[in-house]
Design a protein around this ligand. Structure first.
Ligand code: NAI
Ligand code: MG
Length: 358
């Protein structure tokens, strides 16, 4: 059976890296005899918003619900639409309405990539951040009173539900169970945040009892951030609330050399709704239009999509092609963020060819 995939390139470099990602997916489909059907949508600031004054059509849910997955570039064009409007009008709608309550962000120091941490090589950094994606600190519960006066007061609540916390913890423990180290680290701050974070810790302890084969520990978020930089080899699976996970999942990739290679997946594990696969980076207006964005984040999240669609061998094959091109490519093939002089299209083509050749 064919997998139907909705493609949303979005804005800026999204429109440059998505075609490279699609080339690699087509190569993988040919190599593994898979049927992938792509349908493209112009839901972006620079296209849809400018014509309709909204990021998405009213019936977007009906339009996208029938797809098996969403392959997403990035949205954001601050000159046209303020960032909180484009993000809440698009990506955050998908996450919430499609109940994509797990955000998965693998961090791996790849061969041939110069990371910023002295003395660290491939193998030293290889962990998976599991971020809660639908509640926590990113609630819209709160308000502002006495606006414009000296007594101006602003309040925003954190929302943690038993269902919401337990399900992301179980997902993280399941991931840890499937990896060789079988270790889970929980990000907390229960010394300072005295109501919600102790609850998080309590649920971690309760769920951990269901996974006696997984070892676990917890760190306060401030110390954890320092350890990401100083001792990244300590980590295997790291589970965190929405805000803490957001911060860690940018810090993690930064420790691996470039934001340009980092992938992410917004998953609805029950498969009641499509999951969404996107690079960690945004639309990068500072380099957009020059054809020099690194396409590897987009290509790697294609590998995560293949895995989610039930094709682990194809997924592993794409990842191996990325690794071998990174290890062997000349600077003429690598993009400027990897200290090369290559282009988005050139690096994408090299990886697609490697997928077909091996
Ligand atoms: P950004 O990730 O777009 O760029 C940050 C820096 O990293 C820039 O210097 C950029 O040139 C560089 N960079 C990013 N991706 C790269 C790649 N593939 N290859 C080489 N260099 C790369 O983040 P920024 O500048 O904060 O946001 C720009 C726009 O993107 C904003 O409108 C923001 O709201 C949006 N955004 C959208 C996201 C999404 O759709 N998921 C995620 C993050 C930001
Ligand atoms: Mg972020």
């Amino acid at each position: 059976r064919a997998h139907r995939i909705a493609v949303i390139p979005g804005d800026g470099i999204g429109k440059e890296v998505v075609p490279a990602g699609l080339d690699v997916l087509r190569a993988a489909a040919d190599a593994f005899d898979l049927r992938l059907e792509f349908e493209e949508f112009d839901f972006a600031c620079a296209a849809y918003w400018q014509a309709h004054g909204a990021m998405l059509p009213q019936d977007w849910q009906t339009i996208l619900q029938g797809f098996d997955a969403i392959y997403f570039g990035a949205v954001g064009w601050p000159e046209v639409v303020p960032d909180h409007v484009s993000l809440w009008g698009s990506l955050i709608q998908f996450r919430r309405v499609f109940d994509q309550y797990v955000n998965l962000r693998p961090c791996r120091l790849m061969p041939g990539v110069r990371g910023p941490l002295a003395g660290r090589g491939p193998g030293d950094i290889d962990f998976l951040v599991v971020r809660e994606n639908t509640e926590g600190e990113y609630s819209s519960v709160g308000g502002r009173i006495f606006e414009g006066t000296e007594r101006e007061t602003v309040l925003q609540e954190t929302v943690m539900t038993r269902i919401g916390v337990d399900r992301v913890l179980r997902y993280a423990f399941e991931q840890a169970r499937r990896r060789p180290e079988r270790h889970l680290t929980s990000a907390t701050k229960s010394n300072g945040i005295s109501i919600s974070m102790p609850y998080w810790d309590e649920r971690v302890r309760a769920i951990a009892a269901e996974y006696p084969d997984v070892t676990w520990d917890q760190y306060h978020i401030d110390a954890l951030a320092a350890h990401f930089v100083l001792n990244p080899d300590r980590f295997d699976v790291v589970v965190a609330s929405n805000l803490f996970g957001d911060i860690l999942s940018d810090l993690g990739p930064a420790c691996t050399g470039t934001l340009g290679i980092a992938p992410s997946a917004n998953i609805n594990p029950e498969r009641r709704h499509p999951s969404l696969f996107e690079p960690v980076h945004g639309s990068a207006p500072d380099i957009a239009g020059r054809g020099v964005a690194n396409p590897i984040g987009q290509i790697w999240c294609g590998s995560m999509m293949l895995e989610h669609l039930g094709h682990p061998a194809a997924a592993a094959h794409v990842l191996a092609a990325i690794e071998s091109v990174l290890a062997e490519a000349s600077p003429r093939t690598l993009t400027p963020d990897l200290h090369g002089t290559g282009t988005t299209a050139g690096l994408g083509k090299a990886i697609a060819e490697r997928v077909r050749a091996t």
